[in-house]
Write a protein that binds this ligand. Structure first.
Ligand SMILES: Cc1cc2nc3c(=O)[nH]c(=O)nc-3n(C[C@H](O)[C@H](O)[C@H](O)COP(=O)(O)O)c2cc1C
Length: 390
């Protein structure tokens, strides 16, 4: 069973991730992990924090001589900003520590501040926002890079692109090669494959900057080269569509998920929605008329690309703050403002890739198992033969 956990506060010493259950023998490149961390930090609309941080993964367990060794992998990502917070967030209280705290008493509508403070019985929201912050996703992305390394051994790649920012939407179909090319770009604007649409997306972000507002959008994660047969229709919790949905909505600020063209499908007749089935006798394989189902039928991968979209709400910290109440005085007050992002849709895509890669890697190892990569490969090859002869 492949499982991971993360720990760490936004302005604490570091983020920590552990990943257990990877077979031994998977080649791991720190450069590839760090490239993913870099991609998460990019995009037009990020706040000042991303200028302070330059994320680097330190793998401190489970990888030796550039390969996994079958033990839990442990990763650290240090926070450069910690040096500015050592007195505000010390591990041990010292004399006078009370005065150095940075309490947040005016909860931001849309953030975890108020709900978390009530739940954990804190009378200000500092500890809540420290952990609710999407800084945590740097750890997820590092774990996702290891999941991608496993999947890559079997010809599976996972990348993303941006479909919408605010009301500006990409309306045309996108080829896999365009999405893969995006991931190699040395600079990231808004992660859209279409330059004209991307320019219009930028104008929306500029408007949000001008007016002290924020803007959300939609990203799409595409997994290419996925074999048929991951996940199962047999029980509710084995359905891969449900597991992917949970993984995507577990991301901070993601409020909706679509598998394939779900929203469009819900507004259409069935005859326009289902992907017709055909058979190529020469290649001895089934083909499909389209991929509106997003590569999943009955919670099982069907051999087409897996398509999962995440709907990101606008960031809740506004430079032009909304109405709130001071937790101490209970008087009306404007919500707190702390250096913040204005648009994070491209970063959302990169985090979405990590979450999809982790869930696919889990389903892959459930099906093919293996303590060592060679064993996983034997099992996978045997299954591919079975599919070929079906
Ligand atoms: C990549 C990324 C960056 C984010 N940056 C910020 C930010 O700078 N300020 C902010 O208020 N929220 C930011 N968020 C969203 C909050 O973390 C999120 O809204 C909050 O934790 C409450 O959770 P919820 O929106 O899922 O209910 C970001 C989210 C993502 C995915």
């Amino acid at each position: 069973m492949l499982r991971f956990e993360t720990a760490g506060e936004s302005h604490g010493e570091c983020l920590v991730a552990t990943l257990t259950g990877l077979p031994a023998g998977i080649p791991i490149s720190l450069e590839a992990v760090n490239r993913e961390l870099w991609r998460r930090q990019q995009g037009y609309g990020r706040g000042g924090r991303m200028k302070i941080e330059s994320d680097r993964a330190e793998i401190v367990a489970g990888v030796r001589h550039s390969h996994t060794i079958g033990s839990p992998v442990a990763i650290i990502i240090r926070n450069n900003d910690w040096k500015n917070w050592t007195e505000a967030l010390p591990v041990e209280d010292a004399d006078g520590a009370e005065d150095k705290r940075k309490p947040v008493t005016r909860p931001r509508p849309g953030h975890a501040d108020l709900a978390g403070a009530i739940k954990y019985n804190f009378h200000e929201a500092r500890y809540i926002l420290e952990r609710a912050s999407a800084r945590e996703t740097a750890a997820r992305v590092a774990v996702g890079a290891l999941a991608k390394a496993l999947l890559g051994e079997f010809g599976i790649s996972v990348w993303s692109h941006v479909i919408a920012v605010g009301g500006v939407r990409l309306e045309r179909a996108v080829e896999w090669d365009e999405i893969a090319a995006l991931s190699r770009r040395p600079e990231v604007l808004l992660g859209c494959v279409d330059a004209d649409v991307e320019t219009r997306m930028k104008e929306v972000v500029d408007e949000a900057y001008r007016t002290g507002d924020t803007v959300g959008g939609v990203f799409e994660v595409v997994a290419h080269g996925v074999p048929p047969g991951l996940g199962s229709h047999a029980t509710w919790d084995a359905r891969l569509d449900g597991r992917l949905a949970q993984a995507i909505v577990s991301m901070q600020a993601v409020k909706g998920v679509e598998v394939g063209c779900a929203a469009e499908g819900a507004a259409s007749f069935g005859s326009h929605v289902q992907d017709t089935i055909h058979y190529d006798r020469e290649a001895r394989r089934f083909t499909r008329g389209a991929n509106r189902a997003g590569g999943l039928e009955g919670g099982i991968t069907n051999g087409q690309d897996v398509l999962v979209r995440g709907l990101l709400k606008p960031i809740s910290t506004l430079r032009r703050p909304l109405e709130s109440v001071d937790l101490v005085t209970r008087e009306p007050a404007l919500a707190a403002y702390e250096r913040s992002d204005v648009c994070v849709v491209p970063a959302g895509g990169v985090i979405g890739e990590a979450m999809v890669a982790i869930v696919l890697a889990q389903a892959f190892l459930e099906k093919f198992g293996g303590d060592a990569l060679e064993e996983t490969r034997r099992n996978y090859d045997g299954y591919c033969l079975q599919v070929q002869n079906f």
